[in-house]
Design a protein around this ligand. Structure first.
Ligand SMILES: CC(C)[C@H](C(=O)O)[C@@H](O)C(=O)O
Ligand code: SF4
Length: 384
């Protein structure tokens, strides 16, 4: 069986109905869910298994958003659902706050819900209507996806991160139709959970339905659609050029002056990544505006304890409150016309971070940190 078949206890291609162990949504999607929910239901079936996170545009920057957030608070109160305000990005806070305990099948009203696949669970993103139905019924239907198997061998080089591995993989799969397929990763067991979450998170950009990493308990002896083996030691620092994450190039080939750097998000805003950034920036100074957004409050606190915060601030970085930050171009550092942004996030579509006339390049936190010092996209292998 593939991992997904094991988790859903059914063969690929079958349609199954399953109880959902955990359902979550955020300030960006709850208003639509409420609208959908009210058409059919009055009560959330399992309020203790449902959670709301304020992470996307928080604290509210406009009256309109403040009012939407009031509506969400009211709905949550009425239904007995807990809201996590100011805790950080949902996909990070769910495991950090222990909400994943005992859960195997998870749905989230956010496309990056498969981030949780790093923990060996089946986690998928759903739209507002499907999420509303799952909230009302406590269960939902799935078509069991077919899987592509990725074998990770060896170790990443010292200046290479999980983000580079994923840029490499998205390049490899560029012409392969990943629609409604799952990515299953085997090997790489010595990668930290922070980096494993980057792998599961970025998998979404290949168009995969979900991703799951073997935690050593799965057989992985199923029928895979395709098998890819990646020698981690051979991966070089990479960058995604505008306007798609699969538009991958070796960093050394991209000489581009930049206006802004953002290091953070559910892709790369965890401790392992921010520790690397702080090591690189220690005693240095950034030459372009640089924002660092910790993915959660716990990470933020740990940054203070470990002296990461001090080193970043000394280097001229602006540290943002925990949350999505400028990742989706709604607040806290939106891109202006003609600006060139280097970001450790997962999407660089036109207009994603603000102006449609801005250009967004995606890279690892290591590449982003050295580039922030030099003010242009810089190969870490040349300078570290
Ligand atoms: C706003 C939200 C619905 C969206 C998503 O689902 O992914 C966002 O998190 C993103 O990264 O584009
Ligand atoms: S950090 Fe970015 S990619 Fe992640 S949930 Fe927020 S907006 Fe989506």
């Amino acid at each position: 069986m593939t991992i997904v078949e094991e988790l859903l206890n059914a063969k690929a291609g079958e349609a199954v109905i399953r109880e959902v162990d955990l359902i979550y949504a955020h300030d960006g999607t709850v208003p639509l869910i409420i609208e959908s929910f009210r058409k059919t239901f009055t009560r959330v079936r399992k309020p203790d298994k449902a959670f709301i996170f304020f992470d996307h545009v928080y604290p509210a920057p406009t009256v309109k958003i403040a009012n939407l957030q009031r509506e969400i608070r009211e709905f949550a109160r009425e239904q007995g659902i807990r809201i996590f305000e100011g805790y950080g990005i949902s996909h990070q806070v769910v495991p950090e706050e222990g909400l994943l305990e005992g859960a195997k099948i998870i749905i989230g009203a956010d496309s990056h819900t498969p981030t949780l696949g790093a923990f060996g669970v089946f986690a998928v993103g759903m739209g507002a209507t499907d999420t509303a139905i799952a909230l009302g019924l406590g269960k939902t239907w799935f078509k069991v996806p077919e899987s592509v198997r990725v074998n990770l061998e060896g170790r990443l080089g010292k200046n290479v991160m999980a983000m580079d591995l994923m840029l490499h993989l998205i390049g490899l799969l560029k012409d392969f139709d990943m629609n409604y397929k799952a990515l299953e990763f085997f090997g790489g067991l010595d990668l930290s959970i922070d980096e494993k979450m980057t792998i599961a998170n970025f998998s979404v950009e290949t168009n995969a339905k979900t991703a799951v990493l073997d935690n050593g308990t799965f057989s992985g002896d199923g029928d895979y659609l395709r098998e890819v083996t990646i020698e981690l030691g051979q991966i070089e620092p990479l960058v995604a050029l505008p306007h798609h994450p699969s538009n991958v190039e070796r960093v050394e080939k991209v000489k581009r002056k930049i206006d802004q750097v953002f290091i953070g998000s559910c892709t790369n805003g965890r401790l392992e990544q921010l520790r690397r950034v702080a090591e690189i920036l220690e005693g240095e100074e950034v030459s372009v505006r640089t924002f660092v957004g910790p993915a959660s409050r716990r990470i933020y606190l740990q940054m203070i304890k470990e002296g990461i915060m001090q080193r970043l601030i000394d280097a001229g970085v602006t540290v943002l409150p925990p949350g999505c930050g400028p990742c989706l171009g709604r607040h806290m550092g939106v891109a202006g016309d003609g600006e060139i942004i280097l970001s450790t996030t997962n999407r660089n579509f036109k207009g994603r971070m603000g102006s449609p006339n801005a250009e967004i390049y995606l890279a690892s936190p290591v590449t982003a940190a050295v580039s922030a010092i030099y003010g242009e996209i810089t190969n870490p292998e040349d300078v570290l």
